[in-house]
Structures are given as C-alpha cells and as structure tokens.
Write a new protein. Structure first.
Length: 254
C-alpha cells in the first residue's frame, strides 16, 4: 500500500499525529538530488549538497518525534555505475559531512551506524565512517543508520554466506535457522524492521533497499525531490502510516 503526495501546503498533521504511534524505524530512499539540480540549471553535485541540508532537518525532526532508527539510503551497490566524477564528489561530500557535522550530532546524542560493504569505499571515506561510528556508539538518541555501498540482494547473500560459515565451523545449528535467527546475520542486526519506508521524487520502487527487512513496511511515495523534503512531509508520511490498517497477512477483528 502506498500514497503519492505532492506535499500539502496546510500542516494540520502536526496536531493530528498520534505521538503514541510513531514508527520506531523509518527508512528513506533519498532520491531526486540530480533532477532537483537539473531543474535549476545547476551541476548534479549541487543537488547532492542540497540533499545534505535536508538530512540535517530530518534528523532533528525524527529526534523531536521520538523515532529511534532512521536508515538513509546514501549510496547503493549500483551507484558505482554513475560517472566517476560524480562518484568521487559523493565520497568527498560524505567525508565533508561527517567531519563538519560529527561534533553537533554527538552533542545531540545521535548514534551513527552504517550498513553495507564499506570496504569498497575510498580509504578516507571508510575511515571517517568508522570514526563517526566509534565516536557516537555510547550515545542514546536517534540512531542515524547510513546505507553505504548497500544492496538488499547483496545483503541477503552476505547473510547466507555467514550462516554457512557458522554451520561449517559448528557455531550454528541448521535446525535453529528461522526468520528471526537469520535477521541477526543481516547488516541491520538487532535493529527493528522499518515500519515505514519513504521515497520522494515520484519513483515507485524500492531500488534494492531493505528487501528482507521491508517485507511488511508501509511504503510512502512523494513527488517532491529530496532537497525540498521537509518536516511537514515527514509528518504527513507518519500520519498516513498511522491511518493504515496493518494486518501482517491476517484479517481485521470483526
């Protein structure tokens, strides 16, 4: 189930939100940076920079609303296909963001974690990601979980390989394999599955994002490009989530 919204000008959802039913985990596919820049006759890299400003806004709103985990799809396994110059600019922007924002994120009690195979990232980017994760690991606020060189299919294959290795090394009994035990072998580990996945920019697909974890996530799509995504759009998505009936394959009680 999904909703396509163009972003309403009125913001009545601030008063309508049920603060006792805020999703614990929200995933966002940050999409539309390049098209945002193109519409303004700007280089694509300017769109990515504008998208970073949106990250700052949405983290603060998630903290205010009580969201526990925010997973952002920052760089996919497929994004290496983009022009080398753009990939380089994205990696440089990642380093710049972590260096400039880490102190403030830490002061705001934000935990920084990551999912994906960061071993393929340039050394400086990889080092900054690890440093940020180590620096904030004792915090207790919202968990900013960044998906880097991440792909849902690759994650599942990685998990299967890890299970097989543990079985061969007699660290795991194949009879104990089930949905819950397998989740521990995924990049997300002990993090709750996302109740809500958001994708702005008007695209209607998950693009290899949290395929296993998102089996029962509510999907919410929006035509606004990520750099223009604001607090009111996040609240609108949460309000729509709260108005849905989540049955998980069952039926509504009569």
């Amino acid at each position: 189930m999904f909703n396509l919204s163009k972003g309403k000008k009125d913001d009545k959802n601030e008063q309508e939100l049920d603060m006792n039913n805020i999703p614990k985990h929200i995933g966002i596919i940050m999409d539309g940076n390049g098209r945002w820049a193109k519409a303004r006759n700007l280089p694509r890299t300017m769109g990515h920079r504008a998208g970073v400003e949106t990250i700052r806004v949405i983290i603060k709103e998630c903290e205010r609303l009580g969201v526990e985990h925010l997973t952002l799809y920052a760089f996919s396994t497929e994004n290496w296909k983009r022009p080398k110059k753009e990939v380089g600019a994205l990696m440089k922007l990642l380093v710049e963001y972590l260096k400039n924002e880490l102190k403030e994120l830490h002061e705001n009690n934000v935990i920084i974690t990551y999912i994906g195979d960061i071993s393929a990232l340039p050394k400086e980017a990889k080092d900054e990601v690890i440093r940020a994760s180590e620096y904030t690991k004792e915090n207790t606020g919202v968990n900013l979980n960044v998906a880097l060189n991440y792909g849902g299919r690759e994650e599942i294959i990685h998990g299967v390989r890890s299970v097989l290795e543990d079985i061969l090394n007699e660290k795991f009994n194949v009879g104990d394999l089930n949905e819950e035990s397998f989740k521990k072998y995924l990049y997300t580990g002990e993090i709750d599955d996302p109740e809500l996945i958001i994708r702005p920019s008007g695209e209607f697909r998950l693009s290899n994002f949290l395929l296993y974890q998102g089996a029962y996530s509510e999907l919410w799509f929006n035509e606004i490009f990520w750099p223009d995504f604001r607090e009111k759009h996040l609240r609108e998505a949460i309000l729509d989530y709260q108005n849905r009936e989540r049955r998980f394959g069952g039926i509504k009680d009569e």
